[in-house]
Ligand binder design. Structure first.
Ligand SMILES: *Cc1c(COP(=O)(O)O)cnc(C)c1O
Length: 255
């Protein structure tokens, strides 16, 4: 690893912490903000999967220096592709607006004062995103309902763990998460194949970022363990109770 380890996994070259509000449940921002403050680094929230999630009644995306949201097709609301950054820092806001517009000078058209990007959203995408935003309460309510159906069918099975929801946190249940507590990675993959034979799509949990080749390998045993035994079950907005019932019945048979 480059840089001297200082504390809490930070090194002497760490500039920012990017907590992920994974699968719709907020990260522990109180602890993370404390660590950031003690080490003089900023916090950028990855809220790509967590539109509307809250800690103590405060929305994610407003709990760090900046927050990012994704509007990709499989996210809570979508504009096909695209996203949004939130911040209360006016300097950062101006800088981001400038960089996304090819770093063009505001005084002199087509004069670029540094290397920028074209991260502009098209009007068509923005129109779709705004229409989605008008429906976000309805969408979040349906997400909660889908989770409650799964919860009713599955919460009495001791060998699995469903999405958690810590006290004072509001989970928005972007996708249904099942941890198969006694499963190896191979057993998990075999279960997914059997679900597939019954026309039930599923996904494995994400790989730990610390295992990807472009990052220094750091020891994250909990992440490693959980990523091998987790699956995501169908969670899309239009699901019916009958579909959830069928999925849970088949899953119970296989377990
Ligand atoms: C989807 C996602 C992203 C990427 O968002 P894009 O809009 O595809 O760039 C980043 N972080 C998390 C946690 C995501 O789920």
């Amino acid at each position: 690893m480059q840089g001297l380890l200082v504390s809490d996994g930070l090194t002497s070259i760490t500039k920012a912490i990017v907590p992920v509000h994974l699968y719709g449940h907020p990260a522990n921002m109180d602890e993370i903000n404390k660590i950031a403050k003690n080490n003089n680094v900023i916090v950028i929230e990855d809220a790509a999967e967590a539109h509307g999630a809250e800690i103590n009644g405060k929305k994610v995306g407003g709990l760090g220096e900046a927050g990012i949201f994704s509007f990709y097709g499989n996210k809570i609301i979508t504009s096909g592709e695209g996203g949004m950054i939130t911040t209360n820092n006016h300097i950062l806001y101006e800088k981001m607006k400038y960089l996304r517009d090819q770093a063009m000078s505001s005084e002199k058209r087509y004069w670029h004062t540094e290397i920028g990007f074209n991260y502009r959203m098209t009007n068509l995408q923005a129109a779709l995103a705004l229409a989605q935003l008008e429906r976000i309460d309805e969408i979040l309510e349906k997400k909660l309902e889908i989770f409650s159906w799964y919860h009713n069918y599955l919460n009495n099975i001791s060998s699995i763990k469903l999405n958690p929801n810590l006290d004072n946190y509001k989970n928005v249940y972007w996708v249904i998460c099942i941890e198969l507590l006694n499963f190896s990675e191979n057993e998990r993959d075999a279960l997914m194949a059997k679900l597939n034979e019954r026309n039930i799509d599923s996904r494995p949990y994400f790989y730990p970022i610390s295992e990807m080749p472009m990052y220094p390998s750091v020891c994250t045993p909990v992440t490693k363990l959980i990523s091998k035994r987790g699956i995501n079950l169908p969670s899309y907005y239009d699901m019916t109770k009958d579909q959830v019932s069928y999925i849970c019945k088949e899953l119970k048979k296989l377990l």
